[in-house]
Design a protein around this ligand. Structure first.
Ligand code: NAD
Ligand code: UFG
Length: 354
């Protein structure tokens, strides 16, 4: 349960952030959101407020690199914990714009940590990614992937995640800021809230599998391109550990609870958030077809640069230490994604060129 402070959620208008804000409100936490809306819409916050029973969520359109802007918010609200989702996340774009990615993600996190230090705010949960592991099949016996697997990200985006992890371990290990840190390495979040009111609303052409499939199903795109069927897997397509976004959101509450219970000042810990089950691209496409009764036309094309064959989590550390388990299935995710996509075929926005 909540103590008397606020949980400050950066990137709270985004896909995973908005679902987490809702779970926090449902559990009785007070929440304040900071998001510069570079990849999201304030409408997500309005809908979260409605879903939570018309609870008001203070929202600030502020960039996390803006020290003074953050400082004002921390002065106005007593922040007992920070959940840090804000960041740029498109792998391909990060190759084109590495400086923007390092500036936004790394410099932004440093600014946020400095403001936390100035205000004595000492619980920090970070959105890291399974992408920090790189190709875990370069070792024997590393699938499913444990947190001990050596890291080796393959894109500027992945580098920002690993650099931030290192900064956080340094900060947690010093007496300077006394911040307790939870590093959550997400596998592949999918689905939407079962209400169909909030979900993923990518700008432009979706990079990720499920948003693309959903746009094919609603008629916004003609077919799915499958990036390679010559991998060493049961049907030749890569394997991922797809996790329902609501399960993922609940993992953050478990992490906050755990960090609040830690009495030692210098604490940091990595936790994988995944299901432990891997699915291929074709298996996901078939699950979506089954959930929606809609055929998804596919075309197999060449491999996408940087893709690895298998990212399946070993989630046992989070299962035991956070007392958290993913509970929803791929079928649940497909059903909920479909509800969101059919109710909001243009996401939070309007259909262009009507
Ligand atoms: P998202 O783009 O929907 O949400 C990120 C939010 O951060 C957006 O609302 C965006 O407007 C905001 N933001 C970006 N830069 C900002 C800045 N400088 N100041 C303030 N706000 C800023 O993405 P998401 O899928 O919800 O991802 C959330 C976090 O989880 C990200 O850090 C991402 O890297 C990480 N992650 C995502 C996935 C995934 O597959 N979705 C996987 C692993 C890790
Ligand atoms: N895929 C296609 N066609 C598409 C999109 C994806 O075949 O149009 C395939 C990819 O090749 C991959 C699988 O679907 O085999 C999943 O691809 P996504 O882009 O949905 O997800 P990734 O595993 O590549 O990456 C995602 C996030 C990363 C995060 C990683 C963690 O985008 O930020 O999950 O596992 F780091």
């Amino acid at each position: 349960m909540a103590d008397d402070g606020y949980v400050l959620v950066t990137g709270g208008a985004g896909y995973i952030g908005s679902h987490t804000v809702l779970e926090l409100l449902n559990a009785g936490y007070k929440v304040v959101v900071v998001d510069n809306l570079v990849n999201s819409s304030e409408e997500a916050i309005r809908r979260v407020e409605q879903l939570a029973g018309n609870v008001h969520v203070p929202f600030f359109n502020t960039d996390i690199r803006d020290y003074d802007g953050l400082d004002k918010i921390f002065t106005q609200y007593k922040v007992s914990a920070v959940l840090h989702f804000a960041g740029l996340k498109a792998v391909g774009e990060s190759v084109q714009k590495p400086l923007e990615y390092h500036d936004n993600n790394v410099a932004g996190t440093i600014t946020l940590l400095k403001v936390m230090r100035a205000h004595g705010s000492n619980v920090f949960v970070f959105s890291s990614s399974a992408t920090v592991y790189g190709d875990a099949t370069r070792f024997e016996n590393m699938i499913p992937i444990p947190e001990e697997c050596p890291t080796d990200p393959t894109s500027p985006y992945g580098h920002t995640k690993l650099i931030i992890e290192e900064i956080l371990r340094d900060v947690a290990g010093s007496n300077d800021a006394q911040i307790k840190v939870g590093i959550l390495r997400y596998f592949n979040p999918i689905g939407a809230h079962p209400s169909g009111r909030i979900g993923e609303d990518p700008r432009g052409i979706p990079n990720n599998l499920l948003p693309f499939v959903a746009q094919v199903a609603v008629g916004r795109r003609e077919k799915l391109q499958v990036f390679g069927n010559d991998y060493d897997s049961r049907d030749g397509t890569p394997i991922r550990d797809y996790i329902h976004v609501v399960d993922l959101a609940k993992g953050h509450l478990a992490a906050v609870k755990k960090l609040n219970s830690i009495t030692q000042p210098a604490f940091s810990r990595e936790w994988n958030l995944g299901t432990g089950n891997g699915s291929t691209v074709f298996e996901i496409v078939h699950a979506f077809e089954k959930a929606t009764n809609k055929p998804i036309p596919v075309e197999v094309v060449g491999r996408r640069k940087g893709d690895v064959v298998n990212l399946t989590a070993k989630p046992s550390r989070a299962n035991t230490e956070l007392d958290w388990h993913a509970q929803l299935t791929i079928d649940d995710s497909c059903r909920d994604l479909w509800k969101w996509a059919t109710a909001n075929p243009w996401g939070y926005g309007e259909q262009p060129d009507k």
